[in-house]
Design a protein around this ligand. Structure first.
Ligand code: SAM
Ligand code: SF4
Length: 348
């Protein structure tokens, strides 16, 4: 069929057209296994069998933004808001590093309480622990990104969320896609390893928009891409919308691997939330990263981006032990290095 031809071209690493990408995204139950196998082959060829574990610390759930999809949006009054003190954040990071994490991801709502200097100090303290640091704190000033990079931050995760400018503006009131992209270019100029990504199954999203998401990630030449299903949160304007489909999410992930052979692609928590074996399936469809929650237990339940978030109860050590088992059962191994982008391996 057409799909077989497209997959053969993808495996020869030829450039796919938007139409071909659309055809892959539309793959039905008969063609899906071939798509997933091709993505798995590409993953093995370019990033190997290592799975990188990134410990994520969600240090504040205050947010000045009002994204229609997110449970942390400022108009959601039902959230118990918390801010971790800098020393709590570095303590949590130290514990995570002691458990074996080689990357600490600091994520929060858009919370100006952590100004440039405060966050820079936190970053440099965590860098002393011998770990890579990823920041994911949203839209900020270029000077702040620069300060944090100087403080040692290695990577920045800023998802473009959707490549459709109208949908973007509707879902993220007061912000635009072009502002978001401008920031992604700043981050690149400042020498960050850049992560972006999008949600799958947003209301109003079409296959063409998903193809545009993937082409945008390719154009940005991202070092990482977080791709996961949209999950409705009842206390948001999108609360009654259907969740993103896990099979479609796996297809988008698989095509991302074909287009971005050397990118780090997480099997996202959202994927693990819409399907109990979501993360495992993600790792077999192109993913090579998992980001377990390393937030102190007392705060974890309040970082409710969407309901039912996987890994809420169990302590991090327990989650890690289970992940190690799952990864080994797939014939893969937990990476021992920092997991910087493999794009840099041949440069020096
Ligand atoms: N505030 C920062 C930002 O927006 O970039 C970082 C934290 S934000 C909670 C992290 C990610 O959560 C977003 O990039 C978005 O893709 C995801 N997210 C938010 N609401 C979601 C939902 N309802 N379903 C799935 N993912 C969601
Ligand atoms: Fe705030 Fe990020 Fe949620 Fe938007 S997605 S409301 S910026 S935490």
């Amino acid at each position: 069929s057409g799909i077989v031809t497209i997959l053969a071209r993808a495996l020869r690493e030829e450039t796919l057209s938007p139409g071909e990408i659309g055809a892959l995204l539309a793959a039905g139950p008969r063609d899906r296994p071939a798509l997933f196998a091709a993505a798995d082959e590409m993953r093995r060829r370019h990033v190997g069998d290592d799975v990188h574990l990134r410990g994520i610390i969600e240090f504040s759930n205050y947010c000045r933004n009002n994204c229609l999809y997110c449970g942390l949006r400022r108009e959601n009054r039902r959230v118990k808001r918390y801010r971790m003190e800098p020393v709590e954040i570095t303590d949590a990071a130290r514990q995570a590093v002691n458990m074996g994490f080689k990357t600490i991801v600091l994520q929060s709502g858009e919370d100006p309480y952590y100004n440039g200097d405060v966050l820079a100090r936190i970053v440099s303290e965590i860098k002393e622990l011998d770990a890579a640091v990823t920041l994911s704190v949203g839209d900020r000033r270029r000077e702040e990104y620069e300060l944090w990079r100087r403080a040692g931050a290695d990577r920045y995760l800023l998802k473009h969320e959707t490549a459709d400018p109208e949908l973007f503006a509707r879902l993220r009131p007061g912000t635009t896609l072009s502002q978001r992209l401008k920031r992604l270019y700043w981050l690149r100029e400042l020498g960050y390893q850049v992560g972006s990504g999008n949600m799958v199954g947003l209301p109003g999203q079409t296959t063409e928009i998903l193809a545009a998401d993937l082409l945008l990630l390719k154009e940005l030449d991202v070092e990482m891409a977080g791709i996961g299903p949209f999950i409705p949160h009842p206390e948001t304007p999108l609360g009654k919308c259907p969740p993103g489909d896990w099979q479609l999410s796996l297809k988008v992930l698989a095509v991302a691997r074909l287009l971005l052979p050397k990118a780090h692609l997480p099997a996202t928590t959202a994927l693990g939330t819409v399907h109990p074996r979501g993360r495992e399936m993600g790792l077999k469809c192109g993913a090579n990263v998992v980001m377990p929650d390393a937030t102190p237990l007392q705060y974890r339940a309040h970082y409710q981006i969407y309901p039912g978030k996987a890994g809420l109860e169990a302590d991090t050590r327990r989650i890690l032990a289970e992940l190690h088992k799952m990864i080994h059962s797939l014939g893969r191994r937990v990476a021992a290095d920092y997991g910087h982008t493999p794009k840099w391996e041949n440069i020096i």
